[in-house]
Design a protein around this ligand. Structure first.
Ligand SMILES: Nc1ncnc2c1ncn2[C@@H]1O[C@H](COP(=O)(O)OP(=O)(O)OP(=O)(O)O)[C@@H](O)[C@H]1O
Ligand SMILES: [Mg+2]
Length: 288
């Protein structure tokens, strides 16, 4: 897996769009309350096949809550969710994962004492149609190993780390491994909630390259605070403020959108410059 140009990615997006115009993921009127707090306020959102759709908004806007509603980690109080046209609103998380809806950095947890290679092999085997068994021919084992190595290569995990216990890897490498594990399940829709959190600038760019390399191949909903990354990767952007989706559009449309500018005013979080937020959008300080 190598990084592709934006043009190549968009070409793939167009190709993916030709197979079906139906959105990969379609949320309608989602509502989630935490007691008196309306964390998700009637949110409708489409993620098209093959697109990278960024979800932005100030701290506490409800981005993670929405991701949880989509992944099945939380049940909505109202609204519906369709995955490739199928109503999955009441499906538990594991059933959604099986149908190709994966949330990285949650479903795929690393086994810290196993090596990078073993973690990848387990993830690939878990997804294989045939079951793991001692009687499997050696050639099949080699094939799985080849897949694991390809995935490790593609996710920038160097050969020198393949035999290392995953729990001893530096933070950024563990995140790349988590990403590789998510890809191993061959999702059709991937939900990423701040995958670059805690990474330095170099690793952020490397992970953005990885995400970009998947453009057109699957639908990705990406929650990200770093606006450089958002505007580099996203085909479309949706903006959440106080639990409401106030705008969806191309990065250019979102930059120019007055309601977006207004909504961010006073939050200290500028969607154009990418300045860091200073306070929760609800005025509650750091959010959960
Ligand atoms: N389990 C919970 N119980 C009660 N309130 C919650 C819970 N989880 C989140 N909240 C509140 O719901 C609102 C939305 O939180 P959420 O974590 O979804 O925001 P976010 O956009 O992901 O924020 P951040 O950018 O800081 O990650 C916030 O006001 C938060 O304090
Ligand atoms: Mg969050």
């Amino acid at each position: 897996m190598t990084s592709v140009s934006r043009e190549q990615g968009l070409a793939r997006l167009a190709a993916a769009g030709q197979t079906s115009s139906r959105p990969a993921l379609q949320a309608r009127g989602l509502v989630k309350r935490y007691g008196a707090l309306l964390a998700t306020d009637n949110v409708s959102l489409d993620v098209a096949q093959g697109e990278i759709h960024a979800l932005i908004g100030p701290n506490g806007a409800g981005k993670s809550t929405l991701i949880q509603l989509l992944s099945g980690g939380l049940a909505p109080d109202a609204g519906s969710l369709h995955l490739h046209g199928e109503d999955v609103t009441t499906w538990p998380m594991h059933r959604r994962v099986k149908a190709g809806l994966a949330r990285s950095f949650q479903i795929t947890s690393i086994f810290p004492r196993l090596s990078v290679e073993e973690n990848l092999l387990l993830a690939i085997q878990a997804n294989a149609t045939e079951r793991f068994g001692m009687w499997r021919p050696r050639s099949r084992n080699l094939e799985l190993l080849g897949q694991a190595h390809q995935l490790a290569d593609g996710c920038q995990l160097p050969r020198s780390q393949w035999g290392v216990a995953a729990g001893t890897l530096p933070h950024a490498q563990q995140r790349k491994l988590e990403f590789a594990l998510a890809i191993a399940s061959r999702p059709r829709v991937l939900l990423l909630d701040e995958p670059m959190a805690g990474m330095g600038p170099e690793d952020t760019v490397a992970l953005a390259d990885l995400i970009e390399s998947l453009k057109g191949q699957l639908a990705i909903l990406l929650v990200e605070h770093d606006m450089d990354t958002v505007f580099r990767l996203a085909d479309r952007v949706s903006v959440l403020v106080y639990g409401r989706c106030i705008a969806t559009g191309t990065p250019e449309q979102i930059r120019a959108d007055e309601s977006v500018q207004k909504a961010y005013l006073g939050t200290g979080h500028d969607p154009v410059s990418g300045a860091s937020p200073k306070a929760d959008a609800r005025g509650q300080g750091a959010a959960a």
